[in-house]
Design a protein around this ligand. Structure first.
Ligand SMILES: Cc1ncc(C[n+]2csc(CCOP(=O)(O)OP(=O)(O)O)c2C)c(N)n1
Ligand SMILES: [Mg+2]
Length: 618
């Protein structure tokens, strides 16, 4: 409500989804009166892109802290790349207001540790230390010395003993602005429900309305008319208009003028900034995409992805990213000259080292994407669980963040069941708006990146193998461009009238092809469908979906080294689903494939059984 009130009182103007100014206020008093009602600009928790001026969707505690670190990192990166002598285009500071909940959540600790390491002098967290959370006083569960913790992280810590001491608050913020080489935490002592005589300093003030009588008494305390509702005292609007409103308007006007002269002097750089702001791409970003020749032994999709990513990044100046300490395994490092590392001393580098902080990495990449840079973060697919909350938020915020997850199945081998994902793919597929892609070979990887880079409002998870997979002979099989439709017929029965369909994703497509060859040799009319992305397939029209998976063909087998949950949607209730029903095991790959049934013989048998079953029920 503090944020909505500020947006209302400053008279901030709304923009549409193309960032065009509409001339109308973002938050009206009527919106505030309709707080939490359907369609209100003031939902229960502020939502990015629903309400102009809301800079990120907060709600899950601690996420905003992580976002703020990404925003500060991006601000510094932008300054490094785009400022020129006499043209300070980017010099913003990032402020986050945090509560006790934010201080308790692990994600903010990861993010704060990273921010301290990065010496983010443009980042200030203001901690509303009211000692109250939902269950009561924070002493129930929280007794550490927060200041000491942040000092240990390398932050500057300042204290304001009374939230109503605006002079001291202003001094603390001035001090922050004079502290260029560490982030700052301002710990502010405050009282929840200040001025409400019975609810002051109680947890009841957090979770339930104050009630008519208590509101009346609070207003009496403030010297306000006791019956007035949604009351803005005389002079408040004028004060805001003449203060922050006027200042903001003048600063913006000045910035636009500065940027216009910058555009005249540095047209190419200005063009990059313009494109970035609209989430457009640089021309020719895809000019160097590789084509991989057929190769029976092939390469791991993490390897081909590395080549594709490097080819794109060299032509996409504002694409940056990194890993939570696994870049040598996820192969997401940008290796070309001048890519560099993004560290405190080299803030313009393009390779981020998040450390082993997956959760914060997710929240930080969201903050970077909110600042309009294009960004990726990578880890093992299993550890997507550690970053589920921020992945979910990038989908909710419609941010085109790229998550690269390798070691995508039991195929990773001897690291065993802690590292072998089983239920992660279906979990990611269940997130609305998120695109998951599990390409089958090197050329599908190229196409996957082509799709991903073109996304403007959707995050994507690119799911890749640790182990080599064959590069298909596309002179005999369908082109990899089929990936863009989510699923496509890779190999078909001669007359294009299949009696059985094998559907695979990622490394299991090669397995389907081997079973297909065996079936064809026995005179069975089989089809192999490569299905790298359920979500992209569901976006196709029915005619295309029916072309790939003809409803009349009931004999179907799905093969995926993950949970079988959801596959009956594509193979039918009576279809065969070859997948994982338990956790994996630590063993060499060939033993695992046999143990869990990922062999051409098993796929062949399942296809035969399907055919027999269909004949019986016909
Ligand atoms: C990740 C997460 N867990 C739990 C909640 C539910 N929740 C909302 S507010 C809150 C207490 C927050 O206390 P504090 O940050 O001190 O805020 P205050 O009540 O002091 O304003 C909790 C547990 C949540 N929003 N996010
Ligand atoms: Mg609190």
């Amino acid at each position: 409500m503090l944020l909505y009130a500020m947006l209302h009182l400053t008279g901030l103007k709304a923009v549409n989804s193309n960032y065009e100014r509409l001339g109308e206020p973002s938050v009206t008093l009527d919106d505030i009166k309709r707080f939490r009602e359907l369609g209100s600009k003031c939902p229960g928790h502020p939502e990015y892109h629903l309400t102009s001026g809301v800079e990120t969707t907060t709600g899950p505690l601690g996420q905003g802290c992580g976002n703020s670190v990404g925003m500060a990192l991006a601000g510094r990166w932008l300054a490094q790349h785009y400022n020129r002598p006499g043209f300070v285009i980017f010099d913003y500071d990032v402020y986050a207001i945090c509560g006790d909940g934010d201080m308790m959540e692990g994600v903010s600790s990861e993010a704060a540790s990273f921010a301290g390491h990065q010496k983010l002098g443009n980042l200030c967290w203001i901690y509303d230390n009211n000692h109250i959370t939902i269950e009561g006083n924070t002493s129930l569960a929280f007794s550490e010395d927060v200041a000491a913790r942040f000092l240990a992280y390398g932050w500057t810590v300042r204290r304001v003993g009374d939230a109503n001491d605006t002079t001291r608050l202003a001094e603390a913020i001035d001090d922050f602005r004079r502290t260029p080489d560490t982030p700052t935490l301002v710990i502010v002592e405050s009282h929840i429900a200040y001025g409400a005589p019975h609810k002051h300093d109680t947890s009841a003030a957090h979770g339930e309305p104050l009630g008519e009588e208590e509101i009346r008494l609070a207003k009496r305390n403030y010297g306000w008319p006791e019956d007035a509702k949604f009351y803005v005292p005389d002079g408040v609007r004028e004060h805001f208009r003449a203060g922050v409103g006027k200042r903001g308007r003048e600063l913006r006007r000045g910035w636009i003028e500065l940027f216009d002269s910058y555009r005249a002097k540095y047209p190419e750089l200005a063009d990059q900034v313009d494109r970035m702001q609209r989430r457009d791409l640089p021309d020719g970003w895809d000019a160097d995409l590789p084509v991989f020749p057929a190769d029976v032994r092939g390469i791991a999709t993490r390897e081909s992805s590395s080549q594709v990513l490097n080819a794109i990044a060299q032509r996409h100046p504002w694409l940056i990213g990194g890993s939570a300490d696994l870049a040598p395994s996820t192969k997401t490092r940008l290796t070309f000259a001048n890519a560099g590392d993004l560290e405190a001393e080299t803030p313009g580098g393009r390779n981020l080292h998040f450390g082993i902080r997956e959760h914060a990495m997710g929240a930080i990449v969201n903050g970077i994407a909110l600042s309009k840079l294009r960004v990726y973060g990578s880890s093992f697919l299993t550890f997507s669980d550690y970053m589920k909350p921020p992945i979910r938020l990038s989908a909710l915020m419609e941010l085109p963040v790229i998550f690269v997850f390798t070691h995508d199945s039991i195929g990773l081998g001897q690291d065993g069941p802690t590292h072998q994902p089983v239920e992660q793919l279906i979990a990611l597929r269940s997130i609305p708006g998120l695109i998951t892609l599990r390409p089958a070979d090197a050329n599908e990887v190229v196409e996957a990146w082509r799709v991903i880079i073109g996304l403007q409002h959707q995050p994507a998870c690119l799911v890749l193998t640790r182990q080599a997979v064959p590069t298909f002979d596309r002179s005999r099989l369908a082109p990899a461009r089929g990936l863009m439709r989510g699923a496509y017929v890779l190999a078909d029965a001669k007359d294009h009238k299949p009696e059985v369909i094998l559907i695979g994703t990622g490394s299991e497509v090669a397995l389907c092809l081997r079973a297909y060859e065996q079936l064809s040799a026995e005179g069975v009319r089989a089809r192999v469908v490569s299905m790298p992305s359920w979500e992209l397939f569901e976006m196709q029209d029915k005619a295309y979906r029916d072309e790939v998976l003809p409803p009349a063909v009931k004999a179907r087998v799905s093969v995926e080294e993950g949970s079988v949950l959801g596959w009956d949607h594509y193979v039918g209730m009576a279809g065969a689903k070859i997948g994982m029903h338990t956790f994996g095991s630590s063993a060499p790959l060939k033993d695992l494939l046999k143990k869990f049934g990922f062999t051409p013989e098993r796929v062949f048998e399942a296809a035969q059984q399907q055919l027999a079953q269909v004949i019986k029920t016909a």
